[in-house]
Ligand binder design. Structure first.
Ligand code: UDP
Ligand code: MN
Length: 240
């Protein structure tokens, strides 16, 4: 039986949300043995996301948790309260006999289907390049003799110079390290990934994927914020 890919996606309400989720859903529905954990940054589950997930017809779990108050006016740990709830769900609902891999997939990135097969047989923590990140065309692990030895990045000074989209973790490593969570209070910009990975692994244990980290299979794209001018509202019901 092939390992399940658990994709944890934080998501929040904004005009482009359904468009972003539609693009991501169209990708994930093509990946076999995938369970999508969608965590809304909200006090309640929205009908928009609930209906969207029901219609998608893939295996999923719909959760919600609002960002803490001290993050309401903007926060470097965007999505991390939601990622932590996704991790809690796995720790409560899966056990050591389940085989799988955990991936943090933000709702506005672009994913090649190949990245999912690269991560599926992760024994510990696997890594690969991420495109359009950190003021560069890509950021990536540098590999020598099959081992990650350092990083190509504009922002060194992190133990793990990777983005959320650049690594996946074996499910059992998540279950065996219940203290491994994302920091919110006092989190420093750009340190989410490195701080999290520092709790569960070491550089020398990383498993390089995507042809020794020479292929970009995921891009940190950002959907342009919609600027809406709707002083006159159309007098019809429409699903947007
Ligand atoms: N997100 C969230 N609440 C927020 C802002 C962002 O849940 O207040 C989610 C967002 O939908 C995405 C992830 O967290 O899945 C990362 O946010 P974003 O894409 O805005 O960050 P960036 O890519 O710009 O660093
Ligand atoms: Mn993003």
């Amino acid at each position: 039986d092939i390992p399940v890919i658990y994709v944890i996606t934080p998501t929040h309400t904004r005009p482009t949300q359904k468009a972003d989720l539609t693009q991501l859903g169209n990708t994930l529905r093509q990946v076999p043995n995938l369970h999508w954990i969608v965590v809304e940054d909200a006090d309640f589950k929205s009908p928009l996301v609930a209906k969207f997930l029901l219609n998608l017809r893939i295996s999923y779990t719909h959760l919600n948790v609002p960002k803490p108050d001290y993050c309401k006016s903007g926060c470097v740990a965007r999505g991390s309260e939601q990622r932590n709830l996704g991790l809690d769900w796995l720790r409560r609902n899966r056990g050591p006999l389940d085989s799988g891999v955990v991936y943090f997939g933000d709702d506005d990135n672009t994913y090649d289907l190949e990245v999912f097969e690269e991560m599926r047989y992760t024994k510990h923590v696997s890594v690969w390049p991420v495109g359009l990140i950190g003021s560069r065309r890509y950021e990536r692990p540098l590999v020598r003799d099959g081992r990650v030895v350092s990083w190509y990045t504009r922002y060194p000074g992190r133990r793990f110079c990777t983005d959320m989209a650049g690594f996946a973790v074996n499910l059992n490593l998540i279950l065996a390290n219940p203290e491994a969570r994302f920091n919110l209070k006092g989190a420093k910009a750009g340190m989410q990934e490195s701080d999290f990975l520092s709790k569960i692994t070491k550089l020398e244990y990383l498993e390089p994927r995507a042809n020794n980290c020479t292929k970009v299979l995921v891009w940190h794209t950002r959907t342009e914020k919609a600027s809406l001018h709707e002083h006159v509202t159309e007098n019809v019901d429409i699903e947007v």
